[in-house]
Every structure is written in C-alpha cells, then in structure tokens.
Design a binder for this molecule. Sequence first.
Ligand SMILES: [Zn+2]
Length: 586
Amino acid sequence: MLTALLFSAALTTPVLPPAIPWNGASRALAVPATDPWVTPSEATGFRTTPRYDETIAYLRRLVAAAPQLKMISIGRSHEGRDLWLVIASKERAFTPEALRRGGKPTFYAQGGIHAGEIDGKDAGLMLLRDMTVRGTKRELLDRANFLFVPIFNVDGHERFSRYCRINQRGPEECGWRTNARNFNLNRDYVKADTLEMRAMIRMLREWQPDLQADLHVTDGSDYQYDITYGWNGAAGWSPSIGAWLDATLRPALDRGLRAMGHIPGPLIFSDDPLTTGITDGQDDPRLSTGYGDARHLPAVLLENHSLKPYDQRVLGTYVFLEQILRVLAAEGGVLRAAAERDRAARPARIPLSWKAPDGDPPLVEFLGIEARHVLSPVSGDVRLEWTGKPVMGRVPFRVASEVATSVAVPRAYWIPATWSDVIEKLDLHGIAYERIAEPREVEVEMTRFAAPKYDAQQFEGHVRVTAPGTSEHRRERFSAGSVRVSTDQPLGTLAALMLEPASPDSLFQWGFFNSILSPTEYVEPYIMEPMAERMLAENPKLAAEFAKKVESDDAFRADARARLQWFYERTPFYDERARLYPVGRE
Ligand SMILES: [Zn+2]
C-alpha cells in the first residue's frame, strides 16, 4: 500500500495492550508442521491465515481424500468468486433431501462474514480434517452432520493486507470487514442487497440446518474472557429456542471450553465493563442471530476476543464448534421440538424492541483487566490504559428482557403487484403467499404517514426513514398479480418484521417505499385563494376549524403557504393517496 510507505515502521503494527500469557489444553489439537494434513495456519504456528485460493486448494485435497466430505458452490460474489460450502456426512448424504432423510441433526457454521475476523475458517479446516482423514474426531459425525462455509465474505477476504484490523492480535495479514461494494453482510440478512447474502439465504432454506453459528472476532474493551458468545434469548421471537440455548447449550459450551483451558464469557459491548457493567439484548433481523430468531432457526454468535493471540482464538473456536456438535448429537431432538413449537406458534403481537426491567440490575462476577483512567492530551478526555493485570469485579448486568414496543399481527398483508421488488424479497426468504389472478376489492387497514424523518446519513446504501402514521379503514382495489401474505405460516413473524413500518428492519424503514412519501401534484396560490374563499363561504364548520387553527398555531398563522395548503388538502384535487403505505393489513 502506497500510503503505508509514508509511515515509520513503528506505525505499521497495531499498538495493543499487553497480552495475557495462555497455555490451554486445546494446544494439543494442533498438529506439527510435519503432519501431511497440517493446515496452512498451523504450518506457520498460527502466525498467518491462508488466502482464498490456498484455503480452497486445501479443502479440495481434503475432500478428495475423505469420503465423508463434499464441496459445492452455493453462489458467486460480486467479484465472481465461488462461495464454497463443505458438507460433512458419515453416510455421504450430499443433498438436502438425503441429509433430511437421514434424520440426524445438522450443524451449520460460517467463517468470515467479516473477513478480517477469520478464526472460524482456520478452526473449521482443522475440525474437518480431524473428523475425516486424521480420524481423531471421527465420532462427531456419528450422530450429527456438519455444514461449513469457510469464507462467507470472499471478496472482502481477498482485500488482504497487514492493515486489516488495527485492534486485533493476529494473524499477520487478513481480509476486510465489508464486501466489494462496501456492504456489511451482517446487516444484510433482511434486505439482502448483496449476491453473497442471497446465496446464503437460499442455502439456509435448502439445507435447513438445525443450528447455525456465525463466527466473529470482537473488539472493544479488554477483559480475561477469550471466547464470548450469545444469542437472542427467550424474550425474542423464538422463545422455545431461546430457552433451550440458555438452559442446555450455554452450560455445555462453558464446560467444554473451560475443560480445554479457555475462558468463556458473555457478549460484551461495554467500553469499560468494570465501571459501567455489562448488557445483553436482542439482535434485529438484519444480523445473523436476529434473522435466525425471526425465522426460528437457532442461531449462535461467537465473538472471540480480538486482543487474544490468534492461536488461542482459533483453538477456542475449534472447541466451540466441537462442543456444539456434541450437544446436538445428544440433544438435537429436543432442540428440533423447541424449534417446531416456535414455528407452530401464532403470536397475536410480536415485540419490536426490548428494555431492561426497572430497578437495580443484578450484580455478576466479571473477569476483567485492570484499567487506569488517565487524562489524554490528545483527545482532551479520559482514556483507558489496560495494564494486562487480571482483576475480578462484581458489575451490574442489564438484560433487555422486557418488551418495550410491540405490534399486533394481522391475519394477512396485501401487497399490490406494483411492488414487485418487495414481493421478490418475500420469495427469497421463502415466505409463502397467494397471488390473485383477477383484481379484487378487499377491506383492509392501511397506514397514512405523517411527515417522514429521514436519517441524515445513508446506512448500508439506504436512506433509512421513520414516519408516524394513523390507521385508515379502506375498501382497496388490488390489481391482478397482487399478493396476500397470510401470517398463519411458520415465517409469519418474519413477514410482519419485514412489512410493519414500525419494525426497525421493515422494508419501509430501509427506504424501499421512499417514493410514496412525497406528494407530486401541487397548486399555485392564485388558484387556491379564490377556491379557499369559496370553501369558507360555503362551509361554516370548515371556517370555524380554520379560524381555530389560525388562532392556536403560531407557526401556521405566520406561514402563508401552509394556510393555502390546508385548504388544498381539503379539496378533491389533493392526492388521495399521499403518503399512504400501499401494504394493507387484513
Ligand atoms: Zn464481526
């Protein structure tokens, strides 16, 4: 990189807090460099991670030697790279149908949705090898299947350099967070702008894994935990799945990780946890965990701690994946039953946001790192200096477990044929609907928006918008080709989260309906003046209403245009469909 040449050598490596010495039992999982099946990362003592081509070459060699493995491309990225999925099945059940017929639970894990956070790829290569050619973990495939995407964000992965992550301890070089069009794939689950995400959602629908793990590396504050993880809990859209994850998976993961010398912990979002405490909440469906929750696919988020060395993180990921396979082998049937309950539920209301209960939060033990708070001449504020010294604290733990806002679920949504791009999104997600062949008049509730509020900045390529609205009962004519989306289906909750304008990940808030928000016809004052006079003369009730508005509303009184607009909106010439959300609720 040209710019890098301008910097001194001291600036070409991240300035990180001290590393904490670690020598966990999971070190024994790595094979020596002389092993014929050593993975590229093991071969350099976990100093490096392999490029895309080297990764795929290793997998091809492994698949050729291991009858339990097959590799398929699930689609292509914007730069044309294949997204590879490895299927591990003892019975060689290499189609979705064959896998389902076998009846065993299927675990799906993905590496590199953020390509700089690539621990999952290198752990997965080791695990696939040990399950097959090396044979040390062969029994893992006895009672479960394993699906693995080593690199999800393949284009980001090949934007490869030593300047990929300023806050991460290894590998020496790695890929970039976002894809070739600068989209963050872990915000793209609902809107599915990217080719990579569309391929992924098709894969999830086809292969129907029983549990998904999305493998990341976090950054932020310093603490002792090396392997942090979490999910949407029982307060989310899949209460039975959330309860199973909390009650069954977490204790088993913690036990397995501790036994191998790791320090498992909860997801930590706080910059200064020992001072302010920690929080836990629910993810929106734009993220892998929230999306899984919305479609009743058990979904786990792994966030290895970026300040831990690469070998420790990769080996912890290996233990995490192995442990999930063991739990699924033993408890897969129970998890399936829980998911089935969530898929069969037809909630009358669904939550849109959550809050922590009132009152003092409980205190929990926290394995922190000592921090000095010192005045910074650079920022003029206080900065934290992590000393590397482990300390234990008791900190408040705020869990957003109470519903703050929710929305009623209608019997069905009606989407006019005109909104084909919206209907295509439903197709992608596998949401069922009925398409009418003839025009039909339907009694529906529709939302009339008041003034919209646009975000000042684009976000993920969209100008996001919110707008308050009032409900109108209408007899609406839907043209041929319009669709009725019943909420009486397993994906009813996902449909509501996409179509209710109050939902943060609705297509409305993502800006798909922005064109309806600006009235297009207008009136000149010299046209409106005489008509307003006529309306005042003819309609005493209207005149009284106008007089009251002028008297009580200072801004209105002073705004000549607004006063004329007030009359225009009360004529039959005004746009009857101004700011009318075209999706009806039955
Ligand atoms: Zn990430």
